[in-house]
Design a protein around this ligand. Sequence first.
Ligand code: V55
Ligand code: FE
Length: 491
Amino acid sequence: MSDLFTQATHRGFGAPIRAETSVDDCEVVGKIPEDLDGAFYRVGAEWYYPPKYRDDAILNADGYVTSFRIKGGKVDYRGRWVQTHRFEQERAARRQLYGYYRNPYTDDPSVRDPKRPNLRTVSNTAPLAHAGKLFTLKEDGLPYQIDPNTLETKGTWDFHGKWKSETFTAHPKLDPLSGEMIAFGYEATGLASDDLFIYTIDKGGQVRHEVRVKVPYVSIIHDMAITHRHVVIPFGGYVTGEQRLKDGKIHWGWDETKPSYIGVIPRDGDAKDMRWFKGPERCMMHTFNAHTEGNKVILYAPFYDSNFFPFFPPVDGSPFNPAKARAFIRKITMDLDSRDENYKEEILWPMQVGDLGKVDPRVLSLPTRYLYTAYNDPQRPYDQAASGPGAPARMTNCYGRFDIATGKTDAYFAGPTHNLQECSFVPRGRGEEGDGYLVGIASNYAEMRSELIIADAQRLGDGDIARVILPFRVSSQVHGVWVGAHELPLR
Ligand code: V55
Ligand code: FE
């Protein structure tokens, strides 16, 4: 095995897990609310074998899915690799076979197949529950169906043959009123292709509508948003192309001269209805939510000023600039009556935030009051000595609730040796926005183990109501979701 796992970046909390584990009846500090019945699913990137290239993206690591099944105040934990085609090839060969992030030309000849890039997906980005099924997602391949109880991988899912894109976004959106899912695939017809397919899938899981459009240029289209009338598709900055890939480079480079774009198309619209609103250099990764107000589409999103990913380097040869990798909560307006096709942008809070944001899923597509995301508050105590030499210079120490109506913020603080991963919202009660819990994993650096935090989303300042203590580090999360027991056949 390569020496890469012995490097500093792969030690401490970043060290590979290399194991599948189950813990029933986890240790709990505090009290798990009796009304919680469901599962918190998380998906992340976990190298089984070290990467072939030292400067590869962590986003290229194997998919790993975890679950916390919560019922009657008890918690069972489980973690499994997603058994993708690629994972099976590697395990059979007992070594790494795959090269750079989304570049099949750099793969071992035994598996190299640039005509079928989705065979090398790692399904490491997000869980999805829809129409009674659980999936793991990665934007360069099809969904993998997962058993919601055992986390066993059942294979890829193409919606009864009706999903024609070779890829499926990691961030489909579920309409809370209709139960529909809106999703898309980009690079839909092959490596570096400029085809974007957008689908509506009904609440029973059947494809109901498809539209095929061309993008202004080929870029990461990572997330999307929906309103009750429109689908919103933001992207910008990252570039790729057949030649770049044949030259053996990582899939994306950053081109600061490229404008950002936000596509707006009516739900169930035709290709000719797509409008591309334009703006300055931006790294548009995640969204919070959007709604339509008269003839304006309003999007809330924690976009970055510029390139966030050091492993996708500038195409002009300049060094990665961390000073511009800053995310702010932005309100973006697309005026459907305008002729100039420029979007308008306002920064709502001057503080930097983490870009993995959430809203109460009951207001998805509708006007929103509360935005939730993690961030670093430098005013909070940080016990760097107790956190050890491998701890980050600044901890992501808070979950914030940002109130758009009042401008007020509330914060949950995890402690002086704790680093928070993305939070997820757990709805409670009859549907009033914001009534629920925030759940998420904290890395306890002092004790080198992970804890599941459960906090009341309306009383973040009071601290957590329960912590589930794991006796080890869990895999790092990209995205997670809470799924109620009524949504999946949970045991
Ligand atoms: C992102 C994550 C990905 C990816 C592309 O957070 C973009 C953004 C975990 O994989 O492949
Ligand atoms: Fe994401």
